[in-house]
Structure formats: C-alpha cells, structure tokens
Design a protein around this ligand. Structure first.
Ligand code: F6P
Length: 364
C-alpha cells in the first residue's frame, strides 16, 4: 500500500452547520497526529474539475469551529460524471471524470475526504470503484436521510431552528386562535418534521412516509376545538404528500443532475385546512434558515469526532468507507451501504406510535 502523504478535503451538496468543524478536525488530526499535508478543494467536485485546490494549514482552520457554512465552499451540481456544458448553443451533460483524476495526480493527492450527503457519497463511490481513488466519506445533511449512520451532523442544528420556530408560532397561534402551518425541509424523509414536531408539541405532523388525508387533518383540528383548544400547530415536511397524490414541486429545474426543488405543500395544506375548518390559517415556510448559522454543541461534537475518525481510517488504509455513528460509537461502513440505503421514518416506529398516543394527528 502506498504511504499517504497528502490528503484532499472537500465539502459538496447543500451546506449545513458543522461542515467547518469537520474540516478543522481533519486538518488538525492530519497535521498533528499523522504528519500529513492537507489540500482544500473548493466548491466540492467543481474544485477537482477546475483545478481549484490550495494548501490548508492549522492557521486556516483557527476559529472556524462555531461558524456555519463551509470555508471551502460547496455546490450541489457539478457531478463530474454528468457535468453540464454549453456547446453550440445547446446544453449537454458530459463525463469529465478524467479531468478530476488529472487534478488528483497533478497535486499528488493520495486520498480524499468527501464530506457530504447521499449525492456526494455516490460520486465518491464511483471514483473509488471506477478509478480506485482512495476515498473516505463523512456523512452530512440536515435531512438525516443517509444510510449506514444513526445520525448525520447538521440535523440537530436544523432541529433546534425548527423546534424554536414552532415554539414561537405556538404563542401567537394561541393568542389569535389560529391554525399555524409550518413547512420544514427534509426532502423525502420526515425526520425534521417528526422530531421538531414532537419536540415542539405539534398537533398535526405530516411526513412523506405517511401520506395524509386532509379530512383527517381537519378532524384532528376540530376535535381540539371541541376540547377548548382554539388553535393548532401543523408541522409539514416539504416532501409530504396526500394519499394517492404527489409532492408539491416549487420549480422544475432543467437539469437532470439537480434534485427536484420541493416547496409549497405548506400553503396547499394551509388553504385546505382553512376551507375545511373555517379557521383562520397562516403558513410559515422555514426554508434555508434551517441550514444556516452556528452548529449546535451536539453537531460540533459529532462533526469533530467524524473528522478525527476519517483521518484515523486513512491511517489504517480503510478506503471506500464512510465514518458513521452507531449508538455511542463512531464506526465505519462502506460508501456503498451509505449511498444506496436512504434512511426513512418507519411509520410503525416507537416515536410515531408515541406521538399518536399523545393525540398528535398524522392525517390518517
Ligand atoms: O438536502 C438538504 C436540503 O436542505 C433539503 O432539505 C432541501 O430540499 C434542499 O436541500 C434544498 O436545496 P437548495 O439549497 O438547492 O434549495
């Protein structure tokens, strides 16, 4: 096995709180513990396509632990296997992966730490399988939908924003005797809505894994009115859909490499609740507030542990792997397991049953 001298680190996909904490832990562990050099790669895989890499020192990562975003920049497009180019006035998607290999070779990068979600880890896996590029993944996303790990960093920080927002809506809903609908992110997974909904005392929680019936939603709200509760909080995941229906797409983007842009289900549900119950209903869409700002202490710790363990994996020569959280331990799982098995809420899980037992409606 070739001795590792230089590692590259990139952040790709949507940003989330904790990315800088991972970068800091990777750089410090690599330099202090193993004497590796570290190169930062700008804007995810785009940096490897455009040869945009630079040395990262301990000084560069000083003070970044509590900072949101990523000092490396990120991109949720720029898949080197389907890279968008304009040719003769036409858009084409071409394979520029050999350009990435050239950048890796030219800069003598022995291994890459890819910090990202399912899309990023799928690309890392393809480089590992097709070209044998040594890759170590670190799981990030506010959606908490990556396979192989109990939790991703970023989720807890997003949860805090969502929960505190529900708390704030609670008081104004109560004063005005209104229904407050809050739309949260999460894509095809309902983790943010479910956990924030339970933590914030949501009266109705709608998630993609449990398609809803709007009449049942209205029944839950009206039942509360009969009990003297003249307000309700409805937490809706952006990927929630009615039984037999489909998700609400905010914008169709003309780029097959881009994920569908979800958004708008909160307003749809809000309009229907007002129509069915006659109660004044207001809608709040939390959007990217969930992705910004300082990571929670839990996420700082998790991100730091992930960064340290990623470099330890490199030292042990374990490539094609992703660090993961299992119980109280940090372990490693194959990139394939992580990328190919998305985590979804089990409708029969204890937390869903518990919420139902407490009277929370799921629209069923
Ligand atoms: O995957 C993270 C996430 O924030 C999703 O919850 C959301 O659907 C998507 O990214 C939004 O992406 P963008 O930043 O491209 O709007």
């Amino acid at each position: 096995m070739k001795r590792v001298k230089r590692i590259g680190v990139l952040t790709a996909g949507g940003d989330c709180p904790g990315l800088n904490a991972v970068i800091r832990a990777v750089v410090k562990t690599a330099i202090n513990e193993y004497g590796y050099e570290v190169l930062g790669i700008r804007d995810g895989f785009a940096g490897l396509i455009k040869k945009n890499v630079f040395p990262l020192t301990e000084r560069d990562v000083s003070g970044i632990l509590p900072r949101g975003g990523t000092i490396l920049g990120t991109s949720n497009r720029d898949n080197p296997f389907k890279y968008k180019v304009e040719k003769d006035g036409k858009t084409e998607f071409v394979d520029v992966s050999e350009q990435v290999i050239k950048t890796i070779e030219y800069n003598e990068i022995d291994v890459i730490v890819s910090i990202g979600g399912d899309g990023t880890q799928s690309i890392a896996l393809e480089f590992y399988e097709r070209y044998g590029v040594p890759m170590v993944g670190v799981p990030k996303t506010i959606d908490n939908d990556l396979g192989g790990t109990d939790v991703t960093f970023g989720f807890d920080s997003a949860l805090q924003v969502a929960t505190f927002s529900i708390d704030k809506l609670h008081s104004t809903a109560e004063s005005h005797h209104r229904v407050m609908v809050i739309e949260v992110m999460g894509r095809d997974a309902g983790w943010i809505a479910l956990h924030a909904g339970v933590a914030g005392g949501g009266d109705v929680i709608l998630i993609p894994e449990i398609p809803y019936d709007i009449d049942k939603v209205a029944e839950t709200i009206e039942r509360r009115v009969k009990k003297g509760k003249r307000f309700s909080l409805v937490v809706v995941s952006e990927g929630a859909k009615p039984k037999g229906g489909d998700v609400v797409v905010k914008k169709i983007v003309d780029d097959p490499t881009m994920p569908i842009r979800l958004g708008g289900i909160g307003n749809k549900v809000g309009d229907e609740i007002e129509e069915k119950t006659g109660m004044e209903t207001r809608v709040t869409v939390l959007g990217h507030l969930q992705r910004g700002g300082s990571p929670s202490p839990f996420d700082r710790l998790l991100a730091t542990r992930f960064g340290y363990h990623a470099v330890k994996l490199i030292h042990e020569g374990k490539f094609g792997q992703m660090v993961a959280s299992k119980g109280n331990d940090i372990v490693n799982v194959s990139l394939a397991e992580a990328a190919r098995n998305p985590r979804r809420v089990d409708p029969n899980s204890d937390i869903v049953k518990m919420a139902m037992a407490l009277g929370t409606g799921f629209g069923i």
